[in-house]
Design a protein around this ligand. Structure first.
Ligand SMILES: NC(=O)c1ccc[n+]([C@@H]2O[C@H](COP(=O)([O-])OP(=O)(O)OC[C@H]3O[C@@H](n4cnc5c(N)ncnc54)[C@H](OP(=O)(O)O)[C@@H]3O)[C@@H](O)[C@H]2O)c1
Length: 322
């Protein structure tokens, strides 16, 4: 017996059509799992074609209908699965995010063969606070302040924080083995031709738009493939417990600009952002790296993202690399 579960059984991935979930399914199929993906519209070939084209999909992927807002909707998808990766998140935040998560967990509770649930949370559940020492990198023990999120109206962070807290409470009460992954801003190639939020932010920046990244300020970045691999590692690793930050590097937005304009000189990347009055922070990611995980570099994230935006016709200017 090593450190890993021995069989590659059936797992469920919620929100299968999404940016993160699609990559996770790609990686799960490549590692030999049988995957049940949940989607709201299984008949939508345009939205799901990229999943059916994945290696192993014809033999080992099943897509079923489920909606976070419909009680019991995930029962069928989750029944008989060894593991559940809950990645779906509603466009509407707060109550739907919390209720949707609990809805999935109630279906997990009904499944006697369940070994572990991996929840896609976010680094924003750990970062939105103003009471820490900037000289000490934040780790998984850090939780965003609900009061600060409400005061500054950071609704995404608030909704992810309350949803993750609710998940811990439910899983502790019901003895469900839960592990959470807290990705930073995810960059990389999209499997779907539709632009996800982060890819559209990156596209805007490469076209000279400033709003999104000005607001992002200092931020952690992680490659989409690392996010997928990290989910699988913490699912498989018997010793994995609790929360796992998933971030390769933290950069000020002006540091990002200087990397991008040096590397891709023919894009009209903005020259400089106004500095915002935000606390300095770093992430301590030793919890995941101590399981043997290695992160890809910021250059690889953007090279891969730009190649995918170009191939999918979203970028008209071709990159010239320095
Ligand atoms: N992208 C990032 O930078 C990032 C960073 C940190 C954390 N995360 C977290 O990662 C997870 C996935 O994010 P993503 O970027 O991959 O988002 P995404 O591409 O927008 O995918 C979200 C998926 O959720 C599904 N969904 C929405 N409402 C639903 C509902 N009512 N019932 C069932 N499914 C529903 C959608 O699937 P259908 O349309 O098929 O129903 C959609 O494909 C989220 O929990 C997000 O908070 C993302």
């Amino acid at each position: 017996m090593g450190d890993k579960f021995e069989t590659k059984g059936r797992v469920c991935v919620t929100g299968a059509s999404g940016f993160v979930a699609s990559w996770l399914i790609k990686r799960l199929l490549l590692s030999g799992y049988h995957v049940t993906g949940t989607v709201r519209d299984p008949g939508n070939d345009k939205k799901l074609g990229h999943l059916w084209r994945l290696e192993g999909a014809k033999e080992r992927l099943r897509l079923v209908k489920a909606d976070l807002m419909v009680e019991g909707s995930f029962d069928d998808a989750i029944r008989g699965c060894d593991g559940v990766f809950h990645s779906a998140s509603p466009a509407e935040i707060l109550t739907p995010a919390i209720e949707g998560t609990l809805n999935v967990l109630r279906s997990c509770k009904k499944n006697p063969s369940l070994k572990r649930v991996v929840l896609t949370s976010s680094s924003s559940t750990a970062r939105a606070r103003d009471d820490f020492d900037p000289k000490i990198p934040l780790d998984e023990s850090s939780w965003s302040s609900v009061e600060l999120c409400e005061r500054l109206q950071i609704w995404y962070a608030l909704s992810k924080t309350l949803a993750e807290r609710a998940a811990w409470e439910f899983c502790n009460e019901n003895k469900i083995d839960l592990v959470t992954v807290l990705p930073a801003f995810v960059v990389g190639p999209s499997l779907s031709p539709d632009l996800c939020t982060t890819a559209s932010d990156v596209l805007g920046l490469l076209q000279g738009k400033t709003e999104r990244f000005e607001w992002h300020g200092r931020m952690g970045y992680v490659h989409i493939d690392d996010v997928a691999r990290c989910h699988i590692l913490v699912y498989e690793h018997k010793k994995a417990r609790g929360r796992y930050l998933c971030s390769s590097i933290v950069l000020d937005n002006n540091e990002l600009l200087s990397m991008l304009s040096t590397r891709y000189p023919n894009f009209p990347i903005p020259k400089r952002f106004e500095a915002l009055d935000r606390p300095y922070y770093e992430w301590n990611t030793s919890k995941i790296t101590s399981l043997g995980f290695k992160f890809k570099s910021i250059e690889e994230m953007f090279d891969d993202c730009i190649a995918s935006l170009t191939a999918q016709g979203h970028l008209s200017v071709q990159p010239s690399y320095n």
